[in-house]
Design a protein around this ligand. Structure first.
Ligand SMILES: [Zn+2]
Length: 328
């Protein structure tokens, strides 16, 4: 089993080296760079040096454009959104969601969204990233002209008047699937050798089947974070959804990947990362296990819900778990 961890990188080589050596020392074969847009704009030592140093150390590098255009998985802080308000999701009255600035979100159906995504992917490819994760593509609500036109084309009706009806719900699901498909296609267009991975959250289980079979997806995964506050999962449900994910991955000849939560964990629950994590792994045996996130998310603000109450204790349970499964 390959082992990895998500890692928000610093920009200076000396710190990258120390962290990546540490990640290697706990038995990891891979590292998942979680890159915000700012990592490409101002702090670009992260991408210029990170994959090269990882390679020298013997770690395979993949990357997620974390919170790209304020979509998908967290870390939202988007210059693309500030510069391109025509990409913002809007409500029925054409007003931006999320109060607009500073946290507008890009519409999946806007062609620019995938184009801008591709610009970051190109930089990843140019700097030696071997895999890209499309993380947590959740359904969106948007009534922009792109969405209205697409709905009229597919269902022959008015998007606003159809809100919440059967066609509307189907349209939302199709929009998410198309976004993943288009994102995967642009990654492969840029570099066909990049491994494309997608992680679909357990609450979006209804989209599993359609996303798992997409042509340009090489790895299919889910993130059953059962220890998170307010999680709808317990360990049994986490195992069930993971096994379902694995069956689809096998059916469509994809790598089966699984994410283990080491972020936002409340004090007192850290031991379950090891004990219940072990049950999850033994029940599912993923091809690659990635922990989110490195050292329990220490240093991240409450905006992200990433930092565990006791990050060191939480992380030590991951280290203990990785010792049991590492093959390097
Ligand atoms: Zn839209």
């Amino acid at each position: 089993m390959k082992l990895s961890t998500s890692y928000i990188p610093p920009h200076q080589p000396v710190h990258l080296s120390r962290d990546l050596e540490d990640i290697k020392s706990i038995g990891c074969t891979d590292v998942l760079f979680a890159l915000q847009e700012n990592h490409f704009q101002w702090l670009n030592g992260s991408i210029r040096f990170g994959p090269k140093i990882a390679s020298q150390i013997g770690l395979r590098s993949s990357a997620v454009i974390w919170g790209f255009a304020n979509t998908s998985g967290g870390g939202r802080s988007s210059r693309v959104m500030l510069e391109n308000p025509e990409m913002w999701r809007v409500d029925e009255n054409s007003k931006a969601y999320g109060g607009g600035y500073p946290n507008p979100m890009a519409c999946y159906n806007n062609p620019l969204t995938v184009v801008k995504y591709g610009e970051y992917i190109k930089l990843c490819s140019d700097n030696g990233i071997a895999g890209i994760l499309i993380d947590e593509p959740a359904v969106q609500e948007c009534f922009c002209e792109n969405c209205k036109n697409k709905f009229a084309r597919l269902y022959g009706g008015d998007l606003v008047k159809s809100k919440k009806n059967v066609d509307y719900l189907s349209f939302q699901a199709q929009t998410t699937i198309d976004f993943v498909s288009n994102s995967a296609a642009i990654i492969k267009n840029i570099n066909k050798n990049i491994e494309v991975s997608v992680c679909v959250m357990p609450p979006d289980i209804e989209n599993f089947k359609e996303i798992a079979k997409l042509n340009n997806i090489d790895s299919f995964s889910t993130d059953p974070y059962w220890l998170m506050p307010n999680s709808e999962l317990n360990i049994k449900k986490a195992i069930d959804v993971s096994i379902y994910c694995k069956k689809l991955a096998i059916k469509h000849n994809k790598v089966f990947s699984l994410y283990l939560g080491c972020f936002g964990i409340a004090s007192g629950l850290e031991g379950k990362i090891y004990t219940e994590g072990k049950v999850l792994i033994n029940s599912t045996m993923p091809d690659i296990l990635t922990t989110w996130s490195y050292r329990g998310g220490i240093g991240l603000s409450s905006l992200s819900s990433e930092e565990c109450d006791d990050p060191d204790v939480a992380w030590q349970n991951v280290v203990k778990l990785y010792k049991d499964y590492s093959t390097v």
